[in-house]
Design a binder for this molecule. Structure first.
Ligand code: IMP
Length: 425
């Protein structure tokens, strides 16, 4: 048995797509457990570049079965569009994709409410994909699920019930145009025959696969610091990207998890609003953005960039129980003479003992840095640990020590071959 979770340890965009793609070479099943089309997992194979929003990155391996678990919120139009996109690239999906009957749907009113709520002063900087409003409906027990697509009468009834309320909110609170109930019913009723071939009890499927000794890879989306419960609230997403979320979002027991791989960039980035203690807003930030091509895979927004925050990372690896780390984009740091790493925070002159997740506190902290020598060279074509400049190896070992988790994999570019296995010390 082998069940491995891949999670993001920062604010998303850590390069999970590439790591899941690499690890899925030896996986029988790859499953997504939370989030929705807000994710943008980039995988480069040869000269082809795929950006996957809902399909697990394992879809690019012909022998892997992919699962969209109950914890995911599915935009059916976006999913069908993505299926079409990979099919056009010659990737066969038939029999390889399974969607949980219990996964909730993103409806047009979720997207509309998401964008309207973002107009006020309390903006989160969401991706506008309707994620928050869909999870609100799930928790409020008025959500519409994948299984509901398979019964047209019930679906119609649920849409009518929801729209009666949502249209009042749109008109009265947001002074916005109401949505047309009939066209939404027609649009969503059409999804039944398109989605039906993939719908199943995915919890049963994965539990059976586990008992048969299959190799399972669980793919987290977003990152730990965006976790609804453990992230930098309120500037978070509406699901649980941490490793603990995998069990809830797939219906599998915690006792089956063997490994937890944390994916982290060699520096930090963030998209959207919210505190970011090591952010560099001037020239250094721009240099990181330029060298790292830091623009959102889903929205194209420029990412905010800053130095590696070992204090936040220690928090993150702790609550995820990471057994190893994959450090990505190490090549980007080759541009700098020296590389600061944040080792702690000061608040009103005193060192903090633990990572404060409340945004209003995190906004006030002052990062304390330790400076490391840079290697000032292009390492993007190096494939062996021994061939890396000594300063780069030291940087990696220092990070391992600071966050108390071994770094086992390095990524020095987007391609599969731009990967280095780190030997144990
Ligand atoms: P939402 O998930 O669209 O509601 O957005 C909430 C916050 O999470 C915003 O700051 C987004 O920028 C951020 N976010 C959501 N998905 C991702 C992702 O895949 N990568 C990075 N940030 C994300």
């Amino acid at each position: 048995m082998s069940v491995k979770i891949v999670i993001g340890t920062q604010w998303g965009d850590e390069g999970k797509g590439k790591i899941v793609d690499l690890l899925s070479e030896t996986a029988d099943v790859v499953a997504r457990y939370q989030g929705g089309a807000n994710a943008g997992h980039t995988v480069e194979i040869g000269d082809r570049r795929f950006i996957l929003h809902l399909l697990p990155a394992g879809i690019l391996r012909p022998n892997t079965v992919c699962v969209i678990g109950n914890g995911v919120v599915v935009d059916p139009a976006a999913l069908l569009h993505e299926i079409d996109m990979v099919r056009k690239e010659g990737i066969e999906i038939e029999g390889r994709l399974k969607i949980s009957h219990n996964a909730h749907l993103i409806m047009p009113y979720h997207k509309k409410l998401d964008s309207l709520r973002e107009r006020g002063a309390n903006k989160i900087g969401t991706t506008g994909r309707g994620i928050g409003p869909a999870y609100i409906d799930k928790a409020q027990r008025v959500g519409i699920r994948i299984v509901d697509l398979l019964n047209r009468d019930y679906l119609e009834q649920r849409i009518r019930m929801n729209l009666t309320e949502k249209n009042q909110i749109l008109a009265r609170i947001y002074r916005s145009e109401e949505l047309d109930v009939e066209s939404i019913i027609t649009e969503y009723q059409e999804f039944d025959r398109l989605i039906d071939p993939y719908v199943t009890d995915t919890s049963l499927f994965i539990n059976t696969a586990i008992s048969e000794g299959k190799r399972i890879l669980l793919e987290g989306a977003q990152g730990t610091l965006l976790d609804l419960d453990h992230g930098t609230y309120p500037y978070v997403t509406s699901s649980n990207p941490i490793s603990g979320g995998a069990c809830v979002g797939l219906g599998i027991p915690p006792t089956c998890i063997d490994e937890i791989v944390g994916v982290s960039k060699a520096y930090f980035t963030r998209v959207g609003e919210g505190p970011f203690p090591t952010e560099e807003t001037g020239g250094i930030g721009e240099e990181l953005r330029e060298h790292g091509d830091e623009f959102g895979a889903t929205t194209g927004r420029p990412r905010r960039c800053g130095w590696f925050d070992a204090f936040a990372m220690r928090y993150s690896t702790l609550i995820n129980g990471c057994t190893s780390l994959a450090l990505t984009k190490l090549d980007v740091l080759g541009a700098f003479d020296t590389i600061p790493v944040c080792i702690g925070y000061k608040l009103e002159g005193r060192l903090l003992k633990s990572f404060p997740t409340a945004a209003r506190i995190l906004e006030q902290v002052e990062p304390v840095y330790q400076t490391h020598p840079g290697w000032k060279s292009d390492i993007s074509q190096i494939t062996r640990w021994e061939d890396l400049p000594v300063e780069a190896r030291q940087y990696v070992r220092t990070i391992s020590e600071m966050v108390q988790v071994p770094v086992s994999l390095l990524s020095v570019g987007p391609k599969r071959r731009q990967t280095i296995i780190v030997p144990e010390e």
